[in-house]
Design a protein around this ligand. Structure first.
Ligand code: PEP
Ligand code: MG
Length: 895
């Protein structure tokens, strides 16, 4: 017969799928010989059965009874015993931790008879009645679905009647009466009394925990965290121990290292005469764990011993809950502790130095998201300032600005030179201008995938969302905090998107020491924590570089960006977008080229662009001497460099209407703009199409690059330029470009006396190119996947339009889990990448392959590119360290 219930002593850490995370942890600690209150786990499988069939598997209650008998024997107390009853806790515990999302019931086994025995065994009548009334309340709310509010109202009324300021002042008699009132609430609401039979209590409680998997809270949480819906929860039934039995009892939480900073040493909080929830609820102030050494040296010593055992066993930071019952220490729970990004790096490095884990393992314990968090600016001492409110840390970083309550106001203030924080109940696409103008976005509603969060992350703006304690009133241009503080338009606030807090006034900002260090200029390092942190980041990056198969290059098109990328560890430039070299005052030259009536006029305009472009290339090649620099031919449609069609048409029409003369140049310009107008520029005359149809353009760009290479060689440089063609659909396009390229290279070689040969490759950024990669590879020495356009064209989505309009709705409705523009869609776009690599290499075994879309800097996407076999990823300079880390992690986790 299938088994659905496991004694803690029978389980193992590896069985978390079956026993849930908590159950597996309890089993592991029991096996290690730690003093865990005994108990058993009802499996996730039983829960899944219950949810599918609407009833528990046959024999489950019998199995539970059987385990309970063992538990009674171990504890030397019986469940329901009138003199000295065993009491139980029933807790949920899924495979993945879902704190506070499912239900827990404590003190099961109390009834009108056992409460007296329990009181005697405790020697405390009041405490016993307090437990009983809590049980009726918890049972009523969780198992029978009675609204919690009714119990809260009843307690408040009882306090009022007795003139008690808090629950602590209620006497035994008051609590006895309250228990009766609670039971009447049950009868009135659900037509049944609190069950007196402890076994019935247990049976119903187990079912209620199963059901709580489907509760609204739990579902929302799972959706947000990406936890699968079909896992189900295990149920842990455990003997109760009590931390509230007098001064020799208490409860606490301990960490084997500091989870906030990663400092070595034991940290934690202790609260004497308290039950577990009291520590979390913050009703009374806890004392630091060190104080326990004075209060109860023997338990403190024992605890340190157990913490040591646990850390040795799990080889990581452990987060431990414990209770002391009359001088006896019990360990209630151990988890691998959650930690800040800073602590993650420091602890990983410490464990390597202590020889507890290998460098490979350490690298897998940190990730790119954490490094991103460490690289943004932060407040010097946000923790020292009480926040106005706390919300979700939706987009990391720190920002200070004047509160603005509408998009228009944010734009106005920003245009006037102010730094602005846009504050809204929630944002919509209409707020985009305000979000762009603001340093940070703060909302009172919405989760991590709300419009505000998604857009802010995309824009790299700081964001705190869902700060529910704030009443935001855009109509009144103000928000009010829970304690009544009013912040009006123009008041300065500080937003910490890393911690999720909002503060009044301007907190001092500091650059991230990690960024400063990586950029090669850590100023006089003040404190040893910072030294440790940058050392730890350095250790991980160094190992990542040693381990990775993929190279990391940068997308850069100025010498400054190239130099910055190099400092941040890039091994070349994977995408130099030449369109950025056509802006500013050079725009006029582009206009002249477009408007030229004759070939000679056009050639003259191009000839004036040539030295400017050559100068750009020379400077970039100098900055990246010895490393590959992939230069892409002009990609965007030419009309992007011309004036706006509507604005020009209106101004010409206005001049005509007013009888003012319109110059022939402006007439010609308008005609050209009209002629070049496109309904769908993204799919229009751009990329290679432009190069093939605008005479002289490719020749000018190739000549500029070839001459720059020759010039660098002549001064002893080591340039490694590569030429890349954008938006290729068919191999014939590439063939025709190649002819032109070969012609120009031959000319330049003759003219300069320096033989210049540039590898010619193509972007693969259209589905047809990926699907015909085998053919295209015959003409391309390398492929660079342009996953921005490849995503747009595979999905048939214009990125700008989707992000401004409906992407958020898609995320909120769960149609998309993440934006395909942020994290590569491996099922769709990713298959095209894999196919392109495979078929390209089948034609040309040594074909170089890389990616230069935004995804090249996204941790999850980088892992995919490693698996797809790419040679390099290329991303914006500031993301280079993250990409290095992830490229290393991908290689280590695959080995
Ligand atoms: C791409 O399409 O992925 C790409 C890098 O090109 P761009 O973003 O310049 O269109
Ligand atoms: Mg592109």
């Amino acid at each position: 017969m299938k088994r659905y219930v496991y004694d803690f002593a029978d389980g193992r850490a590896e069985e978390a799928d079956l026993l849930g995370g908590k159950g597996a942890g309890l089993a592991e600690m029991t096996r290690l010989g730690l003093p865990v209150p005994p108990g058993f786990t009802v499996t996730t499988e039983a829960c899944r059965f219950f949810l599918a069939q609407g009833h528990v598997p046959e024999g489950l209650d019998w199995e539970i009874d059987d385990r309970l008998a063992t538990l009674e024997a171990t504890m030397g107390r019986d469940f329901g015993d009138p003199d000295e009853p065993l009491l139980l806790s029933v807790r949920s515990g899924a495979r993945f931790s879902m704190p506070g999302m499912m239900d827990t019931i404590l003190d099961l086994g109390l009834n009108d008879v056992t409460v007296t025995g329990f009181a005697k065994s405790l020697g405390q009548e009041r405490a016993a009645w307090d437990c009983y009334r809590r049980l009726v309340q918890m049972f009523g709310a969780t198992v029978l679905g009675v609204p919690d509010r009714l119990f809260d109202d009843a307690i408040t009324a009882q306090r009022k009647r007795r003139g008690a300021a808090s629950d602590i002042e209620l006497t035994t008699e008051d609590l006895r009466e309250l228990t009766g009132i609670f039971r009447r609430i049950l009868c009135d609401e659900v037509g049944r009394d609190f069950p007196q039979d402890p076994r019935e209590q247990l049976r119903l409680a187990v079912r209620a925990v199963f059901r709580s998997w489907q509760g609204e809270r739990a579902r929302v949480y799972r959706r947000r965290e990406g936890i699968p819906e079909d896992l189900g929860t295990a149920v842990n039934v455990q003997a109760m121990v009590f931390g509230n039995l007098g001064p020799d009892s208490g409860t606490g939480v301990a960490f084997t290292r500091d989870p906030a900073t990663g400092r070595p040493g034991v940290y934690g909080d202790y609260l004497a005469e308290a039950q577990g929830e009291d520590v979390v609820a913050g009703i009374r102030n806890t004392v630091p764990l060190q104080r326990l050494a004075e209060l109860d040296p023997s338990c403190h010593r024992e605890l340190l011993g157990h913490l040591h055992v646990l850390e040795e066993h799990y080889r990581d930071l452990c987060d431990v809950e414990f209770t002391i019952e009359r001088g006896r220490l019990w360990i209630l729970q151990t988890r691998i502790g959650k930690r800040t990004a800073e602590a993650a790096f420091r602890i990983a490095a410490q464990l390597v130095v202590e020889r507890t884990i290998s460098l490979d393992e350490a690298l897998l314990r940190v990730n790119g998201e954490q490094l991103t968090r460490l690289m943004v600016p932060r407040f010097t001492a946000a923790a020292d300032h009480a926040p106005l409110a706390t919300g979700l840390a939706a987009s990391p970083g720190a920002a200070v600005g004047a509160a603005a309550f509408s998009s228009a106001e944010a734009v106005r203030r920003s245009a006037a030179g102010q730094r602005v924080v846009l504050v809204r109940p929630e944002t919509s696409p209409d707020d985009l201008p305000g979000m762009l103008a603001a340093e940070a976005v703060l909302t009172s509603r919405g989760g991590r995938t709300s419009h505000a969060a998604v857009v802010a992350r995309g824009l790299g703006k700081v964001c705190v969302c869902g700060a529910e304690s704030l009443r935001v009133e855009p109509g009144h241009e103000r928000f009010t905090t829970a304690d009544g503080t009013v912040v009006s338009a123009g008041d300065v606030i500080s937003v910490d998107g890393t911690l999720g807090t909002v503060h009044l006034g301007a907190l001092p900002l500091t650059d991230s020491p990690v960024s400063a260090h990586l950029l090669g200029g850590l100023p006089e390092v003040e404190d040893s924590d910072t030294v440790d942190l940058v050392g730890a980041v350095g250790m991980m990056l160094q190992h990542a570089d040693r381990s990775s198969r993929m190279q990391v290059r940068a997308n850069a098109d100025t010498p400054e960006d190239a130099a910055k990328a190099l400092t941040l560890g890039a091994r070349g430039i994977g995408l130099c977008r030449t369109e950025h070299m056509f802006l500013g005052e050079r725009r006029q030259l582009v206009e002249d080229m477009v408007l030229a009536d004759t070939a000679s006029g056009r050639d003259a305009a191009l000839a004036r662009l040539l030295p400017l472009q050559r100068g750009d290339f020379e400077a970039i090649l100098a900055a990246m001497d010895g490393l590959p620099v992939t230069v892409r031919l002009l990609d965007p449609p030419l009309h992007e460099f011309l004036p706006d069609r509507t604005a020009l048409a209106v101004s010409v029409a206005a001049d005509r209407a007013a009888g003012r003369p319109v110059s022939p140049d402006r007439e010609r310009l308008l005609a050209a703009v009209e002629r070049m107008h496109e309904e769908n520029p993204m799919l229009g005359l751009r990329g290679v199409r432009l190069g093939l149809l605008v005479p002289g353009l490719v020749a000018m760009q190739v000549r500029a690059l070839a001459e720059a290479v020759a010039a660098r060689r002549l001064v002893g440089g080591d340039p490694h330029a590569e030429l890349m063609v954008p938006l290729v659909d068919t191999v014939e396009e590439l063939r025709q470009v190649r002819k032109e390229v070969d012609r120009v290279l031959a000319e330049v070689s003759t003219e300069t006396g320096v033989p210049v040969d540039l590898p010619l490759g193509t972007m693969i950024e259209l589905p047809r190119a990926a699907l015909t990669a085998g053919t295209i590879a015959a003409e391309a020495e390398f492929f660079s996947f342009g996953t921005n356009d490849l995503t747009q064209t595979t999905w048939g989505l214009s990125r700008d339009d989707a992000e401004a309009a409906f992407l958020t709705a898609y995320l909120e409705r769960g149609i998309l889990r993440v934006s395909p523009f942020e994290t590569l869609d491996t099922e769709g776009v990713g298959r095209l990448v894999e196919l392109g690599v495979r078929e390209g290499r089948a034609t040309r075994p040594h074909l170089g392959t890389g990616v230069c879309g935004e995804h090249g800097g996204d941790p999850a996407s980088i892992r995919f590119f490693h698996r797809a076999g790419l040679d390099y990823v290329s991303c914006s300079p500031l993301r280079v360290p993250v990409a290095r880390l992830e490229a290393g992690r991908a290689a280590v986790s695959a080995s």
